[in-house]
Design a protein around this ligand. Sequence first.
Ligand code: ADP
Ligand code: MG
Length: 290
Amino acid sequence: ATPMSIMTATGRGAQAGVLIKEAAALERFASVDTLIVDKTGTLTEGKPRLTDVVAAEGIDENELLRLAASLEKGSEHPLAEAIAEGAARRGLKLADATDFEAVTGKGVSGTVSGRKVALGNVAMMADLGVETSAANAEAMQSEGKTAMFVAVDGRFAGIVAVADPVKATTADAIKALHDKGLRIIMATGDNERTAKAIAGRLGIDDIRAGLLPDGKSALVKELRGKGAVVAMAGDGVNDAPALASADVGIAMGTGADVAVESAGITLVKGDLNGIARARTLAQATLRNIR
Ligand code: ADP
Ligand code: MG
């Protein structure tokens, strides 16, 4: 494209909250056929709220939540914040955890009030040898909630679940992007049932769930290897490698700095409609050189 047409497109983008860092990213965007989107903080608001506390036999519901929230004091994960807020709403007094350990993409563990506590997904429980067959998370997950398993002293002790609302702008944006002929794939560290519930509501074409941080960039590389031209949209530290591996990386301006640094395009307000706008600008820019 001519420098003039790129400048025009960049200026128009900026007015609409779409910051184009590299002109090359804009040009490449015209030929993108596949868009990978992160779930938490990209499709959803990224502000989960505690919705359910289900205690197993032998433990009180508030005690379960108190142990979980005390442990999560050591974590900066959005899920940890939701649990802390839920405990505060119930007026629970938290203890300090010792031996705190966070396992990326799985959960946290430590000692609270003399008890060994662990909190996380099925993979976390499996690593610890905790039996979760008595847990009943399916119904919550089918509603799009994220259920976290709690183990106390090596035994399943209950579930805490959170819901993270889909952004008000997401549904329209997905529709506009479909109309522009893009195939849309959700990539998430969350479990498959939760991911499916949310993807289903939005009409997303495909999902990859239970991904560890490396999994998102591996997915980008896999699809590119098959000949797809891939844009990746994400907000988190764990999205940065995938943003950098994509033909076009798109960061939420509301997300982590490292995501913005790894991306060629930034959506200032984290509004996904900006992706459709960027696509239109990219196509208009290319038309100007022909
Ligand atoms: P995402 O942000 O896409 O959900 P993560 O890789 O951060 O992906 O987490 C994957 C899963 O691991 C979460 O859905 C949750 O079940 C579990 N997990 C990770 N960190 C924590 C934590 N601090 N507390 C509880 N569960 C966690
Ligand atoms: Mg995210």
